[in-house]
Ligand binder design. Sequence first.
Ligand SMILES: O=C(CO)[C@H](O)[C@H](O)COP(=O)(O)O
Length: 151
Amino acid sequence: MRISVSSDMDEPVARALLGQLRDRGHDVVTFGALSAGDDPQWAACTEAAAREVAAGNADQAVVCCWTGTGASIAANKVPGVRAALCTDAYTADGARRWNDANVLVLGLRLTSEPLLKEILDAWFAAEASEDSEDRENVARVDRLDSGRSAL
Ligand SMILES: O=C(CO)[C@H](O)[C@H](O)COP(=O)(O)O
């Protein structure tokens, strides 16, 4: 897949993220502190990476900031983006399976490299389930995306 990646900080775990994505065979495009000369401010670089997904230039994005909160807020402002802040593998699995999330958000402060691997393993392994309850969850997301009530 083509994956856009942003971080407002050039932290070891953000560099590890790039390495793990490339090791998995993904084509990575970088924004913010991971890209020389780019705007490293968290709102700007997150929006830039998320817009790549919305525009169809990237299949998914991984966006990072220190807490993950600002990146979550900024990414979810972009129409068509469903960003999920994932702190563990279970959350990453559910975000793909139940919410059809297309942007993974990571908090640099709390994500160790072993945890990063677990989260990425779960994120990329999860597939849309045929379970009726799971399908209903994705339908709720579709209603939110279309601007209709999710109720
Ligand atoms: O976690 C963040 C936003 O949610 C930022 O990474 C944190 O606030 C640091 O940003 P700055 O260096 O621009 O103050």
